[in-house]
Design a protein around this ligand. Structure first.
Ligand SMILES: [Zn+2]
Length: 168
């Protein structure tokens, strides 16, 4: 079972591993990008303290994210399979003090595994969702009209990404 939150006490020298499934449609930044409100992510996450006493989250995220292919406008399940390792810091400034190779994760209070998973998925998504070459469905007759209605999502997606980078 995945805990909803990991408090500072949940981090110790000996790693504690949790795993479970998360509904993609319940992830607030990811949900507006989905072509269908379906699908789950599998998350494995281990909490530990490193030799400097800093909180570390290490794990793996796997998901098939339903996106709309921008070439044929068909449903495209984008495969995400990412390993991650982040160091939990209380502020952006604290993150800047980390060694260059460390990826900071800013969280003032307890860490929500779902939020870590969502951020990793958003970082893994392509800038433009496209089926692999040759795998497109035959384009629909009204493809042009559908493309018009899709553009707000592209705008929203750009905004969500820059929010994320602010550490919100
Ligand atoms: Zn396609």
């Amino acid at each position: 079972m995945l805990p909803d939150r990991l408090a500072p006490d949940d981090f110790a020298a000996a790693p504690r591993t949790h795993e479970g499934r998360l509904a993609l449609a319940r992830m607030p930044h990811l949900a507006p990008l989905l072509a269908a409100a379906e699908g789950e992510a599998w998350l494995q996450i281990a909490s530990s303290l490193d030799e400097h006493g800093q909180r570390v989250l290490e794990g793996r995220i796997e998901a098939a994210v339903p996106l709309t292919c921008q070439r044929c406008l068909g449903l495209y399940r984008y495969p995400v399979a990412e390993a991650f390792r982040v160091v939990v810091v209380g502020s952006e400034a604290e993150g800047e003090d980390l060694p260059a190779e460390a990826e900071p994760y800013v969280s003032a209070g307890p860490v929500q595994p779902q939020a870590v998973a969502e951020e990793e998925i958003l970082l893994a998504l392509p800038a433009v969702a496209l089926h692999p070459s040759g795998a497109c469905e035959a384009p629909a007759h009204d493809a042009g009209a559908q493309r018009e209605t899709l553009s707000p999502f592209a705008v929203l997606r750009g905004r969500v990404r820059s929010d994320g980078e602010d550490g919100a």
